[in-house]
Design a protein around this ligand. Structure first.
Ligand SMILES: [Zn+2]
Length: 337
């Protein structure tokens, strides 16, 4: 079977389930915000030739760059601009459904009043147009403990926003996992999906805990499953959905190169994975780039590309009518070979 072509990769209606809105602030957007607040972008954002570093010795290195950019999102107008640029970027790649992970507490700490924050998001996200459907997955950062999770749930309960899920992010093993059961309970109570970042920087056991202690509906990353044959067998047997973000993992030095990343093995062995870009400008990537990499690494055909997108629809937190719309678009594309 022949590989998907560049035209296939660009034109396929895409679904992206793991992209951080706070991690999608491009250098251009962050520079505009920095100037708006009286700072010199190159200096304030630690840009290298106008860009974020792109690769980092570890997660903290990435986090430093990310926090500098997010420090300039201080008013509803700033957030509306960030959300609009994000939506336009998704639209430009023909991403017809996105689940944007949103760390609301960062902006609340920056001084945004919650109702104004949600309003700015709604207005900004609409800039992508009606075919750029975006659901929000609001996350709590593990390192900040269960109080942060409680505060996040409280925000979500009072939000007027298109929220489809809750999420646990941050550095694994910084807090006992049991402390985050409240997120599972709130997801169930509010009718939302629940994604847990696990098996990224942490060990395989972190994936097992996310499944067995927190009852995660989806695992963010989960690439550490490759280090434990029993867990990998379980992930395949139970078809645990993994959001896989190859360039992100390489950029924070979890793997030495894309060729050393388990994405091709996951595909061959039938892992229920989807492909995403995570924090694209910080890793000098886009979803289109990620699909291009996976086509090469795993040898995907045009039909495989459609399969990957359909699979993402199936494990998304979108309501059935949205899923049906997006599936119809993918199927139309697949039929018009
Ligand atoms: Zn992530």
């Amino acid at each position: 079977m022949s590989l998907a072509t560049e035209h296939d990769i660009v034109s396929v209606p895409k679904v992206e389930l793991h992209i951080h809105l706070n991690g999608s602030i491009t250098e251009a957007t962050a520079s505009t915000l920095a100037r708006r607040h009286g700072a010199d972008p190159e200096q304030a954002l630690h840009l290298v030739n106008g860009r974020y570093p792109g690769s980092y010795p570890n997660f903290q290195g990435f986090l430093d760059a990310y926090l500098l950019a997010n420090g300039f999102v201080r008013t509803p107008e700033d957030l509306e601009f960030v959300a609009a640029e994000f939506a336009r970027g998704q639209a430009a790649q023909n991403i017809v459904y996105s689940e944007a992970i949103f760390t609301a507490m960062i902006y609340v700490r920056n001084g945004l009043e919650p109702a104004a924050m949600w309003r700015a998001l709604r207005t900004g996200l609409a800039a992508g147009g009606p075919n750029t459907r975006i659901g929000l997955v609001v996350d709590a950062i593990r390192d900040l403990g269960s109080a942060e999770a409680e505060a996040t749930i409280d925000l979500v309960e009072h939000a007027d926003a298109p929220i489809v899920g809750l999420c646990l992010t941050g550095v694994e093993s910084t807090e006992p996992i049991e402390n985050f059961r409240v997120l599972r309970e709130a997801s169930t109570r509010l009718g939302l999906g629940f994604e847990v970042h696990a098996g990224e920087m942490g060990p395989p056991e972190s994936v097992t805990e996310a499944l067995d202690v927190l009852g995660a509906d989806r695992i963010g990353h989960g690439v550490a499953s490759v280090y434990d044959p029993e867990l990998l067998a379980r992930v395949i047997r139970e078809q645990v959905p993994l959001d896989v973000c190859p360039s992100s993992n390489v950029a924070i030095s979890l793997f030495t190169a894309l060729e050393a990343h388990p994405v091709a093995r996951f595909w061959r062995e039938g892992v229920n994975m989807t492909i995403s870009s995570d924090d694209p400008p910080f890793f000098h990537t886009t979803l289109t780039d990620e699909l291009r990499h996976v086509v090469q690494l795993a040898g995907l055909s045009r039909e495989d590309l459609a399969t990957l997108q359909r699979r993402a629809v199936g494990v998304s937190f979108a309501k059935p009518s949205t899923q049906a719309e997006v599936l119809a678009e993918i199927n139309r594309w697949a039929a018009n070979g």
